[in-house]
Design a protein. Sequence first.
Length: 251
Amino acid sequence: MNALHLDHLVHSYADLADPKHLEYDYLRIFNELAEASLRKRMASRFLFIGGGGYTLPRLLELTHPSAEVDVVEIDPAVTRVAQHYFGLPRHTAIHTINEDARWFAMRTSETYDVIFIDAFNDLSVPYHLTTREFAQTLRHRLEPDGVLVANLVDDYQAGRFLASYARTLQAVFPHVAVAMETMDDKESIRSTFVILAATSPLPPITAPTLTPAELRRYLAERRAILLTDDHAPVDNLLAPLFTDRFVDEQE
């Protein structure tokens, strides 16, 4: 099993003997949404913001050759590592764009059935990819029945990033849901969550999901704010994660 470390965190695992292996539960949720799209149209178009080990793009290329997959990865070195260590063929139908995702989304005229955001590290979040303005750009890059899905890490009880990002997407999309790997993630200090957003009703998923009433209460309890290009204090919203990792270690 190969592991990709970026910014102190393991971002990807790859079992070169089993390309269908998905180590992380959030990737299984991502794949579930991809499969739902492919049931509607075999030639679905997918955009991945953040390449990492190219785990799901490689799987989709293997299992659904008719699907079109674009990957925006800002660091060309990450793409080279994926080619060298993670089984990404040098000659592949996966189209990689090595540039900032916001710049790409502003310039392209392409539209997608699912846009996956896999660019949020636990303590290193590119704030310009979290704002209402960027969400508005991505809405224009989605098909009418398309889905935007993102994974992020937060402390459900003490953090405010999850709630604020969900509120921000609600300002752009009429349908927003928050899913988690297990219900225990509500009690954990550091958990991975998946947020789905769409202009049409969201497809059902098997992962535990907050009900609309639970999401409304959560956003109110965590004092969710609207993230904009003028005000996106992501580091402050993630402060409990910093405290847990660094303050406790020093003590």
